[in-house]
Ligand binder design. Structure first.
Ligand code: SAM
Ligand code: SF4
Length: 486
């Protein structure tokens, strides 16, 4: 999960500036113009920026890593927490001087913040020329051309079918080993804290044949790991006649074929035993035993599940509208352990200080963490988002200091658990996929095991994309260290 940014709510502003986004890199294919994109937030956004880069490439743009060289700057934004939006506004103000010196520069805000604020963004941020939501990226070239002629533009149309299935993403920040493949868009769950259903629209699944073909091409280019991405991958459901989840669920008997997530996993896993398959995110209400048995059946489907719990207390889970309770969640975890064993990695997302959460209910989150023994978690404190069910129905009544203290306790617990889990790997021999040099030293290589843990080994005669068997000799809470045994 190294690709995911650290949560900016728990970083100082300086750290956030330094770590919370990815930019495009220099790709020169002789095109006329230069595009610079900063992508904020989740992996879905990074994956969307690859689709945007592809659409713009077909319209005469190469990417650049230097915004001062760019003709067009896009910020692909996140709305999940207030801090994420503030970061974007700060970034826009930093581009002001650049735009003053080069009025011909086009600045676009894309993604969730664009979708949420629509035309308002043009009023509030004068520097912005185009505002484009997650389903309207095909319109970007038109809108950019309009902006070049002085016409600001907004397209935040949310589609019921768009999956960008036919677009071959331009791989950004690629190490040539791991790649993301978007398998679905939108979300039909209405978690009360979450803005995603409003900014990314209804859930729809991408044609599995286009997914398999993208994965096959990646494998042929030397990639060795694909991450299948969606807000709720276990809810993937596709038919040739209908790809919209809500509509398809009503007429499953009338369509010629239905492909579910476990079918899709198998189709991708069968491309080659040398292609590792990962997926994220799994919703506890949707992950089925069939998915778990499919993971077990194929050695190349990684034994790692990101299964966000959000809270360990059933009353809070109900207020969050997660549609499962503590017992249901723990039953799913037992099933994972029963079918995939103790070594399967499990990670989570946690929200501290949701509306009305008591100290005892917060303790339930800590005790659940102790039972599950997560390998890793993304941990946040609750940030009220305008328009969500929680904002409409409940008071955001937990004081900020209390939220922060509870979050600190959750983070502390997770770091003990991560260390405990990592220590269990000591002495074991694991297959590692090498991803390149370690960041810390040129004399070390870094890779990942099946459970998604970073493993550092001494440099040797191995290349990126090689599989090696490694004995784990040491660990920290975040990393495993080992030596190659074959
Ligand atoms: N679809 C995924 C799921 O249901 O687990 C996650 C999507 S969301 C982009 C990632 C995480 O952000 C959520 O799991 C949740 O923990 C966190 N999150 C979402 N809305 C939040 C809010 N209003 N305040 C704090 N954290 C939030
Ligand atoms: Fe948001 Fe819930 Fe959908 Fe995840 S499943 S994107 S948390 S509404």
């Amino acid at each position: 999960m190294e690709n995911i940014i650290k949560d900016i709510d728990i970083l100082s502003p300086e750290e956030a500036q330094a770590t919370d986004y990815k930019t495009t890199e220099e790709v020169n294919t002789g095109k006329q113009k230069k595009l610079y994109i900063e992508s904020y937030g989740c992996q879905m956004n990074f994956s969307d920026s690859e689709i945007v880069a592809s659409i713009m490439k077909d319209n005469g743009y190469d990417t650049t890593s230097d915004f001062e060289q760019a003709d067009v700057i896009f910020l692909n934004t996140c709305s999940i927490r207030d801090k994420a939006e503030q970061t974007i506004r700060k970034r826009l103000s930093q581009f002001n001087t650049l735009k003053k010196n080069r009025p011909e520069l086009t600045v676009g805000v894309l993604g969730c913040m664009a979708e949420r604020l629509k035309e308002k963004l043009l009023d509030e941020e004068k520097i912005v020329d185009v505002v484009v939501g997650p389903d309207a990226y095909r319109d970007l070239p038109n809108l950019v051309t309009g902006a070049e002629f002085g016409n600001k533009g907004v397209n935040t149309f949310l589609s019921r079918e768009e999956t960008y299935a036919d677009i071959a993403p331009v791989r950004l920040n690629s190490n040539g080993v791991n790649a993301m493949i978007s398998i679905m868009r939108g979300c039909d769950n209405m978690c009360s804290f979450c803005v995603v259903p409003f900014t990314r629209g209804r859930e729809r699944s991408r044609d599995p044949h286009s997914i398999v073909s993208e994965a096959r091409d990646l494998f042929a280019q030397g990639y060795r790991e694909v991450m299948l991405l969606g807000q709720n991958v276990d809810s993937y459901k596709w038919s040739p006649e209908e790809n919209n989840k809500a509509r398809l669920s009503k007429k499953e008997d009338e369509v010629s074929e239905v492909v579910n997530f476990h079918h899709l996993l198998e189709m991708v896993a069968e491309i080659s035993p040398l292609l590792r398959v990962r997926f994220s995110t799994s919703h506890p209400k949707d992950i089925t035993d069939e998915v778990l048995y499919t993971i077990k059946k194929h050695d190349n489907i990684c034994k790692y599940i990101h299964l966000p719990v959000q809270s360990g207390n059933s009353r809070i889970l109900e207020l969050m509208n997660r549609t499962y309770d503590r017992e249901w969640y723990l039953e799913r975890v037992s099933k994972i352990r029963e079918i995939l064993g103790e070594e399967c990695g499990i990670s989570s997302d946690m929200i501290a200080g949701f509306c009305t959460e008591t100290e005892e209910e917060h303790q339930d989150t800590l005790t659940l963490m102790d039972i599950v023994k997560y390998d890793f978690s993304y941990m946040f404190f609750y940030s009220e988002r305008p328009g969500t069910l929680a904002a409409k129905k409940f008071a955001d009544d937990i004081p900020l200091e209390v939220k922060k203290r509870r979050l600190a306790e959750i983070i502390d617990k997770q770091s003990q658990l991560s260390y405990e889990r990592n220590k269990l790997d000591l002495g074991k021999i694991q297959e590692i996929l090498i991803e390149g040099k370690s960041k810390r030293s040129n004399e070390q290589l870094k890779g990942k095991n099946s459970a998604n843990k970073v493993v550092i080994i001494p440099d040797g005669p191995y290349q990126k994309g090689d599989y090696v068997m490694v004995r784990i000799t040491d660990c920290s809470p975040a990393t495993l260290f080992g030596e190659v045994v074959s």
